[in-house]
Write a new protein. Structure first.
Length: 233
């Protein structure tokens, strides 16, 4: 029969208790680490609204910085049909000039064909405005196909250069200075024989199968005056 010495420690019992205590301490330490990791993740999440506010402010600043150099996203503003608002006209022209310096005049044929008096020609300004807008659509609209840039280079830009050269390539600032021997360029343009609208409308609405109205002597004289040397055409 085996007897137990009361003076000897119960190693089995104490070892089990120590093991349980160690396991509990390890579990607590593990939980502490998890809580610390969660705390760090939560701190990152709490910082997101502040970052979003910063991004929103940066986007607002960018939109404000580019507003003066970009035409509206929908449609193209017409120089010929612009409201009588000097500030709007100035803003539009400033944006166009900035784009011309950065892009349009980088092409030698465009720089060669553009007269110094280009801004005095409303039709030239109109051409440049829509060309600028198509360039913005081709290069800055993510929904525009890549072929838009090819069209801009292959068709739009060369044709605008050609038309500007044909319309005003030989003009100069001196031509816009009034002289007794010629009328000044620019200003309002009259529609030829607009007074004939009533007779034309009646003919087209009621008897278009027949020849048009016979021109009156006054209309013939008006047409001849427009083609005399020194007259506005």
């Amino acid at each position: 029969m085996t007897t137990t010495n009361p003076s000897e420690p119960d190693t089995a019992g104490s070892g089990g208790a120590n093991g349980s205590a160690y396991a509990s301490a390890a579990s607590v330490a593990g939980l502490a680490r998890e809580i610390d990791a969660l705390r760090r993740d939560l701190a990152k999440l709490l910082a997101i609204p502040a970052r979003l506010d910063e991004l929103a402010e940066l986007l607002a600043q960018l939109a404000e910085a580019t507003a003066d150099t970009c035409p509206p996203a929908s449609g193209v503003l017409s120089w010929l049909d612009l409201d009588t608002d000097t500030a709007a006209a100035q803003q539009l022209l400033d944006g166009l000039i900035d784009w011309m310096a950065r892009v349009y005049l980088r092409y030698p044929d465009a720089a060669h064909a553009l007269p110094d008096c280009w801004a005095w020609h409303p039709d030239v300004v109109e051409e440049l405005l829509w060309l600028w807008h198509t360039w913005l659509a081709a290069y800055h609209d993510p929904h525009t196909p890549s072929t838009a840039a090819a069209d801009w280079h292959d068709r739009y830009r060369p044709n605008v250069v050609r038309r500007i050269n044909a319309a005003a390539g030989r003009c100069s600032l001196d031509n816009h200075h009034p002289r007794p021997d010629r009328p000044p360029l620019g200003g309002p343009v009259g529609v030829p024989l607009a007074a004939a609208a009533q007779s034309i409308a009646a003919w087209w609405a009621t008897n278009r199968a027949s020849p048009g109205p016979i021109p009156t002597p006054e209309q013939l004289a008006d047409a001849a005056a427009r083609w005399r040397p020194g007259s506005r055409r």
